[in-house]
Design a protein around this ligand. Structure first.
Ligand SMILES: *Cc1c(COP(=O)(O)O)cnc(C)c1O
Length: 398
């Protein structure tokens, strides 16, 4: 541990069990710590650094924006909001966008839409269906919607108005909602990220879509982690050929600059009216520029197709090198959102991998999560697997 870290620790609230390294700079999919040690970044700031670090097209655009305006106020029009909103709706079949700064804020706005949508129809106590293993954030409302008891413990009383069901089980959804006239929305992640990288099946998503249509419920998709090309399409639900009523985005949207968004269309698009919702930072000129340039560069550089291809390549390499090990239960995911499930808890891998020059995370205790920048090359994918293999062998042998 360096003196820097010991000196820095006492005054920062102790909310993270941090790995004892301090990162200083990055280039592409690599970062260096304060001691000059190099790491391959397979975490991408938790699916945030879409374009990697110090991207040669993104950085000059942001530098230029800094000389124009960083922040104004939503008292006035922000032209970048119109531009980014148009770029997002063109790629999603949504029609209207509200900008905020984080994932939980986007989900708060979605929950408010679901509630007011019900109240506007005379439902005094609207209820939202959420799922086992779901993660939607750490505010009081989004924490209530989250399933992990560790996230919620100690922060009660939680909110009313959420019903929890098992994912990928249509019969359970029908049973849990039967005869309940208070339900106004179903909220889910197309691939559950924090909860252990569990994909919702395409046929299940289609059934949920049809049920929402039949019952007049809003389908809210939390694409905070799965969106913005992470799975090889702009939005993960596009793999299932469905369209949500409300979709939330954040993480990868600004390539590291905090940007969140809630997108809506149809009856959900006009629920929020002046005075109903707002955000001081949301949609500021710097954040909008980051979102606009992220999409522009992704398209210019063909990153959707690249993400699909290199994701496929990485999963194949993982299957070849790790797939036959006793204790590797599953290798799954889509695009560059990949989970390697082990037969035992492996949280210690985060620190061990860092020691070996690799940044990754572990979710749900037993699932190694790889969410690198979407610019990852096949050579870097090979390097990732070569670094990961002995670490997994050691964990399984211990
Ligand atoms: C990370 C995440 C959130 C919370 O985002 P924050 O920006 O940390 O508030 C919400 N939903 C999903 C699916 C996420 O992965």
């Amino acid at each position: 541990m360096t003196a820097f870290i010991e000196a820095a620790s006492p005054h920062v609230m102790n909310t993270y069990g941090r790995v004892p390294i301090a990162l200083e700079r990055g280039q592409g999919c690599r970062v260096w710590d304060v001691n000059g040690k190099e790491y391959l970044d397979a975490l991408g700031g938790i699916a945030v650094n879409t374009l990697g670090h110090n991207h040669p097209k993104l950085v000059p655009a942001l530098q230029h924006q800094l000389t124009q305006l960083i922040h104004t106020s939503n008292y006035y029009h922000v032209p970048g909001q119109e531009t980014l909103a148009q770029m997002l709706v063109e790629r999603s079949l949504m029609t209207n966008v509200f900008f905020c700064s984080t994932g939980l804020e986007a989900n708060e706005a979605a929950i408010k839409i679901a509630r007011k949508y019900g109240v506007d129809q005379g439902i005094a106590r609207p209820e939202i269906v959420v799922f086992d293993y779901a993660f939607h954030g750490r505010s009081i409302a989004t924490m209530t919607a989250t399933s992990n008891p560790k996230v919620r413990e100690g922060f009660g009383p939680l909110l009313d108005g959420f019903i929890r069901v098992a994912p990928n089980d249509y019969a359970a959804l029908l049973a849990a909602t039967e005869g309940n006239a208070n339900i106004t929305a179903v909220m889910l992640e197309p691939i559950q990220g924090e909860g252990g990288l569990h994909p919702m099946r395409a046929d299940y998503l289609q059934q949920v879509r049809a049920l929402c249509d039949a019952r007049g419920w809003l389908l809210i998709l939390d694409e905070v982690q799965t969106g913005m090309g992470r799975t090889g399409k702009w939005f993960a639900h596009q793999w299932a050929g469905i369209v949500p009523d409300v979709m939330t985005l954040a993480k990868g949207l600004g390539s590291g600059v905090p940007v969140g968004a809630v997108l809506a269309h149809g009856k959900a698009a006009t629920v929020l009216q002046p005075g109903n919702h707002g955000s001081t930072f949301g949609g500021n000129p710097l954040a909008m520029r980051a979102g606009i340039e992220t999409i522009r560069i992704m398209e210019e550089d063909g990153l959707l197709a690249h993400t699909s291809a290199v994701g496929e390549y990485l999963r194949a390499a993982l299957r070849e090198q790790l797939g036959s090990m006793d204790g590797v239960l599953d290798i799954r995911g889509q695009g560059l959102m990949i989970g390697v499930e082990l037969s035992k808890p492996c949280g210690q891998l985060i620190g061990q991998a860092a020691e070996a020059g690799l940044l990754l995370s572990v979710t749900a205790d037993t699932v190694i999560r790889l969410v690198p920048p979407l610019i990852l090359s096949t050579a870097e994918a090979d390097e990732l697997v070569a670094k990961l293999k002995p670490l997994v062998q050691a964990v399984l042998a211990a």
